[in-house]
Ligand binder design. Sequence first.
Ligand code: 9MR
Length: 569
Amino acid sequence: TALAADFPVRVNQLGYLPDGPKRATVISSATAPLAWQLRNASGAQVASGSTTVQGADHASGQSTHLADFGAYTGTGTGFTLVVDGQASHPFDISASLYDGLRSDSLNFFYQQRSGIAIDAALAGSAYAHPAGHLGVAPNKGDTSVPCQAGVCDYRLDVRGGWYDAGDQGKYVVNGGIATWEIVNSFERARRSGGDAALGDSTLRVPERGNGVPDILDEARWELDFLLRMQVPAGKPMAGMAFHKMHDDKWTALPTRPELDPEQRELHKPSTAATLNLAATAAQCARVYAPYDQAFAARCLDAAQRAWTAAKANPAVLALATDNTGGGAYEDADVSDEFYWAAAELLATTGESKYRDAVTSSPHHAKPVDGFWWGGTATLGRITLATVPGVALPADDVTRLRGQLTSAADYHLSVMAGQGYAVPLTSDAYVWGSNSSVANNAMVLGVAYDLTGAQRYRTGALESLDYLLGRNALDRSYVSGYGERASENQHHRFWAHQNDASLPHPPAGSFAGGPNAGLEDPVAKEKLAGCAPAACYVDDIGSYSTNEVAINWNASLAWLAAFAAERRAT
Ligand code: 9MR
């Protein structure tokens, strides 16, 4: 089916929560306010008002107005907002608006699992496939994987985990932040009383019914892989984590996982990967303890060995040049990873050596910065500010909380200056910009949890509006959600655009988003001259604007679970 035409009245194409903000952006160069009408599914007007002129928006290159219909609290399906005779796409107003996205954005991880057959009953029949990378021909991995030349002289069983993105590499850096965000989503929901919705038998995972919250079952699939990536005792650099494992050359698109014939290789251990393991394994020890003591103990042991190894090897850096057959995930500054790992270990153990590492880190006093796979200090700050009973002086905890709410206020001020209420300045449309939006929205969510101030929840929800259609392109970046949703994300198996026998991405897959850098041939060809927020194309070849990735879907899943939580307001 052809994509619906883009409309000048830009709404969240999924809809709005009855108790949440309801705003739309309208493209118009009119210098006076315009009348708007909210219509229900039968076309009857249920509310009306007039827009506010916003003027030129740098990020989109458009002139915009704002329509605010937040006073309307009715519910239903098929609403449209009409401005100047132009109707928006239809949308719902419903308290259960985000229930589907909460589950689909997490089902993405099941679909990305390596080393297990993907079951039609859980994934949908179009998505079923045999287990990938268990050493069954033509696969050469991942049960007995050699190192790259000169790195080690043994093989390791590193089966399992999630494929990173549209490629089938598995990277400890990036696996780390993705796992942390998912486990953190559960840890915060348990504090807010919303954890039942993520509990046992809530998701489509094979472990349903095992008595463990399904979201933790899903994260454990990756944690087991991360633990396997640790250099075994008795080997050189024992306790470090291999940076990554992937094919020795890039595979073609499409390539079904079970048909990948290339050699898989372990790449040199790195300090960054080792600290990603230390941080996520320490978080694991804390969060899984009530469900599986033995697993929690294994996590804690791995985390502590990783910390010790990283302290002994503090500057083994992954290089940008190591990018044949897989992403480099290079990182020249691991001070933030040290802070994150120390914070998680402190929150879990209370030990003074981790407290000293936290308080002596340059990141402890710095303002809250944005987080991503290469910058993880704020993950540690969130843990220190939110986990009850962390063994830090009370003043430190109070200061960290204040810094997080200051960062949230900064995001709100950025949103207020944008035509599309997005927590991103116009120079911040980089590779994976949609995950920057979602991660900044997470900070808004954390600030709401810390203070209860509605403006932060409003900001988090309006960030979802941007991702789901209220944006420069009238585009929902989440497949299956909205009238004009992305459907050709870069992926080796969900490659319908290239091979009609293969499926589109499943519902809940999150595109990387606008990237003004135009870092792939399709983007260079199709997007020349684009305004930053419009540098996106729903083409499978545009990996720098339209790939999926576990770290991006994790931020969407966190936000969807936050938005889906029922609150007495
Ligand atoms: O998310 C990564 C982005 O920050 C980098 O700029 C980009 C280029 O190095 O790589 C992105 O990560 C990709 C990884 O290298 C390989 N798998 C797909 C990832 C998402 O595009």
